[in-house]
Design a binder for this molecule. Structure first.
Ligand SMILES: Cc1ncc(C[n+]2csc(CCOP(=O)(O)OP(=O)(O)O)c2C)c(N)n1
Ligand SMILES: [Mg+2]
Length: 552
């Protein structure tokens, strides 16, 4: 095909389209105006405005996670990039393939230290796979194509490109080219698979740790078959930020906590851990206890080589695609299914997820009348009243502690949680998830404190008329920090942990941004309100007054 001559700004957008980008999430400033000038020439590239940069990157993160596609996001020079860093940290954790760009002062002009200037590459670098500033327009094709390839090659993740104004003004000759996509769906060697099969078949009591790569690569069926063939119990990984395993499967035992001692106790009865596309026991706060029982052998399949053997000696560290690996492993296991497997599987039934749910339901129903609403009861009702095909986005900390016990996850795109611990994902993330899954209702459950780290996303949800129901659990506090101050510091003198005086009116906040809202005080009002909100087909916010855990 013939070369075409374009301005740098047009070439940039054209290249993104050629790489399969359909959405650019952005917040513009003067240095982005060249790009905004030519946006109307590329209507296939939908510009989604976010009113704060962490919201822009959070939306792109949600979009990339739910679509498994490349997303573009564009922020404004040094302050905009700085505002986005928490969200970029999240995107790094969830391995979201993002091309993050920022306009930069013209080369040379930056030397004069004008307003808004700072070198951008060193700012973005720690959280991205590749960071670069374009110095000549003629390099744009190489850089954008390489950025897309790097972002999408497992381990996937964000990349950063700084776009100086003068580069966007120069002309560039563009030669059409098909995107390069690295096929990384590799599987271990026959020899390694045979050794793994022999080891796991010989185990007396294997356990599977299910991770997010099972959902990214749509491998629920394969993981479930392995659990059945081995009679292995299945736990989801300690930070369950995607759906990781069909919860109603009889081998599924629920979530591991992030308490080292509890995890060690949960794993102690087993004699081998088979870690499928998971982060091996990522923890949160310090404990001297090692969560992996001493001497426990580990089989770990992950496409993220950094995770393999990172913290724990790993007998079988297999850098591979988890679905392809399971496909190749299953015939070996099928052929020699251990006699004890059926027995082991049957023994899991009384304590599997479904059995635990029944017990948790009884406990939650005991709190049905309480006011302010008991968060366990709220989560029970939420799980029951969700539309069948809903995707849940979650960042509600203490309020959602019971959610994993009630929320049945049946497909890989049914749940998106906070990956890194950095608050602010859920409100914008829900916008991205909704754009990625058109036709699917989204329900975002978000703590009152967490909501304030991404509140501007409500405006985008309204502007784009997205079918998202935001459930804000208002306990008027950072309840988790209060609980931890007591358990970890033995103090109950709470400074900086109450969100009162004045109380935040989340309904008024939502309404001011065009999202109809309702406050729920009576426990029985929640389920009908959730059904009505989800049925509305547009954005809604339910502010639910829940117990603060300290008698209020
Ligand atoms: C970006 C960021 N800032 C601060 C924190 C510290 N932090 C962790 S949990 C939390 C409180 C969350 O409050 P809320 O969403 O209301 O949940 P609750 O604790 O009340 O259940 C805070 C401030 C964090 N994790 N991330
Ligand atoms: Mg709170």
């Amino acid at each position: 095909m013939a070369k075409i001559k374009l301005s740098g700004r047009s070439a940039f957008l054209r290249l993104l389209l050629d790489e399969g980008v359909s959405h650019m999430f952005g917040n513009p400033g003067t240095t982005e105006l060249p790009i905004m000038e030519v946006m109307p020439d590329y209507p296939q590239l939908k510009y989604v405005l976010g009113l704060y940069e962490s919201v822009v990157v959070g939306m792109a993160d949600g979009y990339a996670r739910a679509s498994n596609r490349l997303a573009a996001c564009n922020v404004h020079v040094a302050p905009g990039l700085g505002n986005a860093m928490g969200a970029l940290y999240n995107a790094k954790f969830s391995g979201s393939p993002l091309i993050l760009t920022a306009g930069q002062q013209e080369q040379g002009h930056g030397l004069l230290e004008p307003l808004l200037y700072a070198p951008l590459v060193p700012v973005a670098q720690p959280f991205v796979k590749w960071a670069i500033e374009v110095t000549r327009a003629e390099d744009l094709p190489l850089i954008v194509r390489r950025a897309a390839k790097v972002a999408l090659t497992p381990p996937t993740g964000p990349v950063f490109i700084s776009l100086p104004g003068d580069v966007l003004e120069q002309d560039v000759e563009l030669e059409p080219a098909a995107p390069t996509r690295v096929d990384a769906r590799n599987r271990p060697s026959d020899e390694a698979l045979a050794r793994v099969a022999k080891t796991i078949l010989a185990a007396k009591n294997p356990v599977i740790l299910a991770g997010q790569e099972l959902s990214v690569h749509d491998a629920f069926a394969e993981a479930a078959e392995l659990a059945e063939l081995l009679g292995a119990g299945v736990y989801q990984q300690t930070v369950p930020y995607t759906a990781q395993f069909p919860t109603e499967h009889r081998a599924y035992l629920g979530a591991l906590t992030r308490n080292q001692k509890q995890v060690r106790e949960a794993l102690a009865p087993f004699d081998i851990a088979i870690c499928l596309g998971a982060d091996l026991l990522r923890m949160s706060v310090y404990s001297p206890v090692d969560p992996l029982p001493e001497g426990m052998p580990v089989v770990h399949v992950s496409e993220r080589d950094w995770e393999l053997g990172k913290n724990h000696p790993t007998e079988f560290a297999l850098q591979a695609n988890v679905k392809e690996t399971l496909r190749a492993l299953l015939p070996l296991v099928r052929a020699a299914r251990p006699a004890a497997a059926a027995e082991r599987l049957a023994a899991l039934a009384p304590r599997n997820w479904s059995a635990q749910r029944d017990k948790a339901r009884v406990a939650a129903l005991e709190a049905a009348e309480e006011k302010p609403i008991d968060p366990r009861y709220l989560m029970l009702r939420l799980a029951e009243a969700l539309p069948k095909d809903a995707a849940v986005v979650e960042e509600a900390l203490t309020s959602s502690a019971a959610l994993p016990a009630f929320l049945a996850l049946r497909d890989p795109k049914s749940y998106y949680g906070l990956a890194s611990g950095g608050l602010g994902f859920a409100l914008p993330g829900a916008v991205g998830v909704s754009l990625a899954l058109p036709g699917r209702p989204v329900v975002a459950v978000v703590g009152d404190g967490s909501a304030m780290y991404g509140i501007q996303a409500l405006w985008t949800a309204a502007h784009e008329k997205l079918p998202i129901t935001y459930v804000i659990t208002n306990n008027r506090s950072y309840r988790i920090l209060k609980e931890r101050l007591i358990s970890m510091r033995h103090s109950d003198k709470f400074i900086g942990m109450d969100i009162r005086e004045p109380a935040i009116d989340y309904c008024a906040l939502a309404q001011s941004m065009g999202v109809p809202a309702q406050r729920i005080v009576e426990p029985q009002d929640f389920a009908p309100a959730l059904r009505a909100a989800a049925a509305s087909g547009g954005p809604r916010l339910l502010e639910v007054m829940v117990a603060d855990g300290f008698g209020g």
